[in-house]
Design a protein around this ligand. Structure first.
Ligand SMILES: Nc1nc2c(ncn2[C@@H]2O[C@H](COP(=O)(O)OP(=O)(O)O)[C@@H](O)[C@H]2O)c(=O)[nH]1
Ligand SMILES: [Mg+2]
Length: 337
């Protein structure tokens, strides 16, 4: 007969230890709560002490418990092997589509790459990085300084402008003017004014393109002018038309389209389509802290054929913004392989 004392944090834990060592034929002789003796015991959590016994010849490796564990383990190993094998057999196109990449784009990216072996993954990553291209930073040379931000309602245009403005002021020492054309919502203009106050920069409100032109002389006093616009639903044709006129006569140097990364692909496709009257703009993706849907970035570049610029990943001004890191985007799309 083998007798042994087990000390554990709780009864279940003690039983687990006993079963592992003695098998399921073990019998419990005694069970008590337990504390170390002396001062140490005073500060110690209560434990349990279990005295167990088993007849020596009854401990054998064929014990049902061991058998079960062994069977489960080998089943898992086989399953794991099967899954791995199946994964390797998945076509790279299906793999990318499964990650949310548009099918046509996935076909282009995976041309000549059959399955998802490790080497192929490296090649695929390179192709994605190349496809994204070098992200563009705001160009604020002397002759290029009027930057307009557009995009659907609530994506984070005003917050993004505040982040960019703070960085231009604090890091680049630039003289910034903020203009808001968000006249549809009183709060829209107010929000930018609050940021302007905090940053110590003037904020002008324009109701239409004529107001903007009236500011032309004043603009020379600044290194850079950031123009906020009202969020528009891409389904609202009247408002889209207004934006078109505004952009056409605004003499802007650069346009940034803000899109939320938390938007579903079919919506992104329609939104991007509704802006195709603009020849040249850059893409900003907001709210990457709320989603790991990085494929939306690839798809948007594919639909719009426009370059990527910044990504934002939180509500904090000015920290939660950075130039998009295309390697990180590629890695995030391919991860989990
Ligand atoms: N989680 C998250 N929220 C953001 C981000 N950017 C903006 N927001 C929030 O989105 C909401 C709408 O932002 P706002 O700038 O007013 O959007 P706008 O209507 O496009 O001007 C606000 O609550 C912002 O704090 C971001 O990168 N991540
Ligand atoms: Mg706004």
């Amino acid at each position: 007969m083998k007798v042994k004392r087990y000390i554990a944090d709780n009864y279940q834990e003690a039983m687990r230890m006993i079963k592992t060592e003695m098998g399921s034929n073990a019998v419990i002789l005694q069970q008590n709560s337990y504390k170390d003796k002396g001062i140490r015991g005073l500060f110690q959590k209560k434990k349990v002490e279990v005295l167990a016994a088993v007849e020596e010849n009854k401990i054998n490796k064929d014990d049902l418990f061991y058998k079960d564990i062994y069977e489960i383990k080998s089943l898992l190993m086989t399953l794991k092997k099967d899954v791995k094998q199946e994964e390797k057999n998945i076509s790279t196109t299906d793999f990318l589509v499964g990650k949310g990449v548009n099918e046509n784009l996935a076909n282009i990216l995976t041309e000549g790459i059959e399955n998802i072996s490790d080497n192929n993954m490296e090649l695929l990553q390179k192709r994605i990085i190349n496809f994204i291209g070098t992200p563009r930073k705001i160009n604020f040379s002397n002759d290029k300084k009027r930057i307009i931000f557009i995009g659907p309602t609530g994506v984070g245009k005003t917050t993004t402008i505040a982040k960019i403005a703070s960085n231009l002021i604090l890091k680049e020492n630039k003289k910034v003017l903020l203009i808001t054309a968000d006249i549809f919502r009183i709060a829209g203009a107010e929000q930018l004014k609050i940021y302007g106050d905090i940053l110590g920069v003037p904020v002008k409100v324009v109701n239409n393109i004529f107001d903007l032109h009236k500011l032309n002389n004043e603009l020379d006093m600044y290194d850079i002018v950031l123009v906020d616009t009202a969020g528009r639903s891409h389904n609202d044709e009247r408002k889209m038309h207004e934006l078109k006129t505004f952009l056409q006569y605004s003499s802007c140097d650069e346009i940034y389209l803000c899109l939320s990364a938390a938007t579903k692909d079919s919506d992104i496709k329609n939104i991007v389509k509704s802006y195709d009257f603009i020849n040249d703009y850059n893409l900003i993706f907001t709210k990457l802290d709320e989603t790991d849907n990085y494929s939306v970035i690839l798809n948007s570049i594919f639909y719009s054929k426009k370059p990527l610029s910044y990504i934002t990943n939180g509500q904090i001004v000015p920290d939660d913004i950075s130039i998009a890191d295309r390697r990180l985007i590629a890695q995030n799309i391919l991860k989990g392989n």
